[in-house]
Ligand binder design. Structure first.
Ligand SMILES: *Cc1c(COP(=O)(O)O)cnc(C)c1O
Length: 384
């Protein structure tokens, strides 16, 4: 943003983040840990989160979706390993060894081109072969394994994948985990086949947050948590399953607060309309706070007339529609609010809390989406 005092900003709690990573490292019980920082570190801010992780010595890996995110991690000073989970355009493959990234492999053409890049540059490239076990997203099937094995074995430097990976389709959304067991069986069968084909993986990995929290048999040699690092449970079902199995309540603390300055205060007569579409009408004299946050910042338009903010420790309901860059909130019954006062969009003050989960419920989506869509333009600062 570049301004001296921003009108809205995100605060990240160092203590909460470190607490969450402590919990994850403890759950990983000696396995390697790869923290996901895709989607601008789930909206928390990639450079800030990478710096926090770099201060610790117990996180082995970052995982990212794209090549660009991998490079961003290097630019933020990350010296340890990085897995790229998503596709990399063929004409960018030289960046893989250049930035020492470990791509996920699910395409034979890309694998062969990577082999050629490695040979030309005389550099080793570590890869992770993605196995299809039932999510039907990026993995390769068991029938394709011999083809990939032959491609690997024909290479000069990378003669086999470093890792074999899979991703669960149905752990977060349910308390019944039969499908996860089915996928796990397939994974075991496919990694055994890899060994037979002469491309035995050095490490195997499968578990995102929900799997690693609930099932130690999914942890293998490395775990890949994302959402939990930010203090968010993957889902209510995951939380429930965990608690029913006797787990403690204190594993994760939320890291992020989103705050803004009230820029104007308005006094309205009874029977006044508020905002576009006249969707709200006052029934008595009303005091409104104008707040310079809108849907372009990631405050969803579906929060119109539904959400509340926290001002002076009290609930302040959103009135009228969320605009592109502004919203209006009712402060009639909150005493002594002046322009310049801070409003909390996400976060906590005294006994009031607006969580990312609450915002997700109000806007009929999941907390992953709310976090991921926080505008990357918002200034972010780590607070003690
Ligand atoms: C995003 C992602 C993760 C992390 O998932 P969370 O549910 O946020 O813990 C792990 N593995 C893969 C392949 C992913 O895409």
């Amino acid at each position: 943003m570049g301004t001296e005092s921003p009108l809205q900003w995100i605060e990240l709690s160092r203590q909460a983040f470190n607490h969450n990573i402590d919990s994850l490292v403890r759950l990983a019980s000696g396995k390697k840990v790869a923290v996901s920082v895709k989607a601008n570190a789930y909206g928390h801010g990639l450079p800030q989160i990478v710096s926090l992780l770099a201060e610790r010595n117990d996180v082995d890996y970052l995982s990212v979706h794209s090549l660009g995110e991998g490079i961003d991690c290097r630019e933020a000073g990350w010296k340890r390993r990085i897995i790229v989970l998503g596709p990399i355009p063929d004409d960018c493959l030289d960046a893989v060894p250049e930035f020492d990234l470990e791509p996920t492999i699910f395409d034979i053409g890309t694998l062969k081109k990577l082999g050629a890049v490695s040979k030309r540059r005389k550099q080793k490239i570590q890869t992770h072969l993605k196995l299809e076990t039932g999510t039907n997203r990026q993995g390769i099937t068991i029938d394709e394994l011999p083809k990939f094995a032959n491609a690997y074995k024909s290479f000069e430097y990378i003669k086999k994948p470093y890792g074999a990976s899979m991703h669960f389709a149905n752990i977060e959304d349910t308390t019944a985990h039969e499908y996860a067991d089915y996928q796990l069986k397939k994974f075991h069968k496919m990694t055994a086949m890899m060994t037979k084909l002469g491309i035995k993986p050095t490490i195997r990995h499968a578990a995102a947050s929900a799997a690693m929290i609930l099932f130690d048999k999914t942890r293998f040699d490395l775990v890949r948590p994302g959402i939990a690092a930010y203090g968010l449970w993957p889902s209510k079902e995951t939380y429930l399953s965990y608690r029913l199995s006797g787990g403690e309540n204190d594993l994760f603390w939320s890291v992020l607060s989103w705050k803004a300055k009230i820029t104007q205060i308005k006094n309205l007569e009874a029977d006044s309309f508020v905002g576009y579409g006249c969707s709200y009408r006052t029934t008595s004299k009303t005091k409104l706070a104008i707040i310079p946050v809108g849907y372009c910042d990631g405050y969803d338009r579906r929060l119109s007339n539904i959400a509340h903010l926290i001002i002076k420790g009290m609930r302040s309901p959103v009135r009228g529609r969320i605009c592109m860059n502004l919203l209006m909130a009712d402060i009639t019954d909150i005493k002594g609010v002046k322009a310049g006062e801070t409003a909390i969009l996400i976060g906590q003050d005294k006994s009031e809390q607006v969580s990312i989960e609450q915002v997700a419920d109000w806007s009929s989506t999941i907390h992953y989406e709310v976090a991921a869509r926080l505008s990357s333009d918002l200034p972010r600062q780590v607070v003690e």
